[in-house]
Design a protein around this ligand. Structure first.
Ligand SMILES: Nc1nc2c(ncn2[C@@H]2O[C@H](COP(=O)(O)OP(=O)(O)OP(=O)(O)O)[C@@H](O)[C@H]2O)c(=O)[nH]1
Ligand SMILES: [Mg+2]
Ligand SMILES: [Zn+2]
Length: 344
C-alpha cells in the first residue's frame, strides 16, 4: 500500500502495517481497525467504513488469532469478510480469569500504557511495578497517571514515590475531573497514537477518558466509601477517539479494572524494570548465587551497605519467581494435545 490516506493515518495506520499488505491483497482487500469486540462480531472503522462484521477467520488459528480491540484487519472489499489479522506492534493478553486454558486478548497495537492509580489507598508500589513489567515486556511506553490529586493532602509525596521507581519514568499527577489538569496528558496521545488505560476499579480510568474527550459518554461511578474500592463500572473494552487540537488526536482504550494481572513469560520485562538489581547480581561470585548464604554475594553486600532497599529486593524475587512458575504452566498448557483443549 503506497499512499495511505489521512483517514487511515488518523486511525493509527503505519508503515509497519502497510508493509505487510501485498499488491494482490491491496487490490482485493482494505484495512480496518477494530473498535470493540462482541460475541462473534467486531465493530470496525476504516476509510469509508464504520460497521459491525463477523470476527471469524477463514481458517481458525491459535489462541492469539482472534481479533481484539486495536487490531488491524484486512477485509474483502466486496463482501467485507475478514481475510486476516495483520501482525501486531504490541499485544496485551492474560489468562482468562477462572479458566486455566483460555487466553484473554486485551488490546493490540497500543503505543502507550497509562498505568492509572489514585493518590489514596489504591497506590501500591508492587502493583505499579507489575504493570511496568508488562508494559516493558509488551514493548509499549508506560506513563504513570496519578489521579485524585485534588483529594490528597500530599500529592507531591505520591509523585515522588512513583517517579523513584525507575529512572526516567514518566509520571503525571492529575485531577481527572478537571480538563485543565488532564490537558497535560495530551502529549502522550497525538494523532494516530493509541493509549490503553489500566488500573484498579475506581481509580478513574473512564473519568480520564471522558475528560480528555470533553464528553461524559462513558458511565463512571463513585467508589465505596468504606474501603475506597471501585464497583467495576466499565465492563467492555473499547477504543475512544480524542478530538483534535490541544486534546490530542489519538485513541484511548478504556479497560475494566482488572482484578488480577497474571505474569507469565515476562522475564525480559522483569529484568528491565529491575535492571539495577540484575546489574548487582552480575557481581555475585557464583553465577547461580541464590543470594542466601553464598560467599561473595553482591546482593547481600549491597543490602549491607544500604545501596539496595530490602523491600525492592523482595518485590523483584516475588515477580521473578512468579514469572518462572507461570511460564512453566503456560508451556505445559501449550504442550497439551490439541484435542484436549476447549474451543477458543
Ligand atoms: N475528586 C476526584 N474524583 C475522581 C477523579 N478521578 C475519578 N474520580 C471519581 O472516582 C470515581 C470512579 O471513577 P471511574 O472513572 O468510574 O473509575 P474506573 O477506573 O473507570 O473504574 P472501573 O470502570 O470500575 O474500572 C468516580 O466517582 C469519579 O468521578 C479525580 O481525579 N478526582
Ligand atoms: Mg471505568
Ligand atoms: Zn548473590
Amino acid at each position: 500500500m503506497e499512499t495511505p490516506n489521512s483517514n487511515l493515518v488518523q486511525l493509527g495506520w503505519k508503515p509497519f502495517f502497510s508493509k505487510q499488505v501485498s499488491a494482490e491483497e491491496d487490490g482485493r482487500c482494505q484495512p480496518v481497525r477494530v473498535m470493540s469486540v462482541h460475541r462473534g462480531m467486531v465493530t470496525v472503522l476504516g476509510d469509508g467504513i464504520e460497521d459491525s462484521i463477523s470476527s471469524s477467520l477463514p481458517v481458525p488459528g491459535g489462541p492469539e488469532d482472534r481479533p481484539t480491540v486495536g487490531d488491524w484487519l484486512l477485509i474483502d472489499r466486496d463482501s467485507w469478510k475478514l481475510v486476516r489479522i495483520l501482525d501486531r506492534t504490541s499485544l496485551f493478553k492474560r489468562p482468562a480469569p477462572g479458566d486455566d486454558r483460555r487466553l484473554q486478548l486485551i488490546a493490540a497495537n497500543v503505543d502507550t500504557l497509562f498505568v492509572v492509580t489514585s493518590c489514596n489507598q489504591d497506590f501500591n508500589v508492587a502493583r505499579i511495578e507489575r504493570y511496568l513489567v508488562v508494559a516493558r515486556e509488551v514493548g509499549v511506553r508506560p506513563v504513570i497517571v496519578l489521579t485524585k490529586a485534588d483529594l490528597s493532602t500530599d500529592p507531591a509525596g505520591f509523585l515522588e514515590t512513583a517517579s523513584a521507581l525507575q529512572p526516567g519514568l514518566q509520571v503525571e499527577l492529575v485531577n481527572g475531573r478537571d480538563p485543565e489538569s488532564v490537558a497535560r496528558l495530551a502529549v502522550h496521545c497525538n494523532v494516530g497514537e493509541t493509549v490503553a488505560l489500566v488500573g484498579s476499579s475506581g481509580v478513574g480510568k473512564s473519568t480520564l477518558v471522558n475528560t480528555m474527550r470533553g464528553s461524559d459518554s462513558i458511565v463512571t461511578q463513585a467508589v465505596r466509601e468504606d474501603d475506597g474500592k471501585g464497583l467495576h463500572t466499565t465492563t467492555v473494552r473499547e477504543m475512544h477517539r480524542l478530538g483534535f487540537g490541544p486534546a490530542g488526536g489519538g485513541w484511548l482504550v478504556d479497560t475494566p479494572g482488572m482484578r488480577e494481572l497474571q505474569m507469565s513469560e515476562v522475564t525480559a520485562g522483569v529484568a528491565e524494570v529491575f535492571d539495577d538489581i540484575v546489574a548487582i547480581t552480575l557481581e555475585c561470585r557464583f553465577t547461580n548465587c541464590t543470594h542466601a548464604e553464598e560467599p561473595g554475594c553482591a546482593i547481600r553486600d549491597a543490602l549491607g551497605r544500604g545501596a539496595l532497599e530490602p523491600q525492592r529486593l523482595d518485590r523483584w524475587r516475588k515477580l521473578a519467581t512468579e514469572d518462572v512458575l507461570n511460564t512453566g504452566i503456560a508451556a505445559t498448557r501449550r504442550a497439551r494435545p490439541r484435542k484436549a483443549r476447549k474451543r477458543q
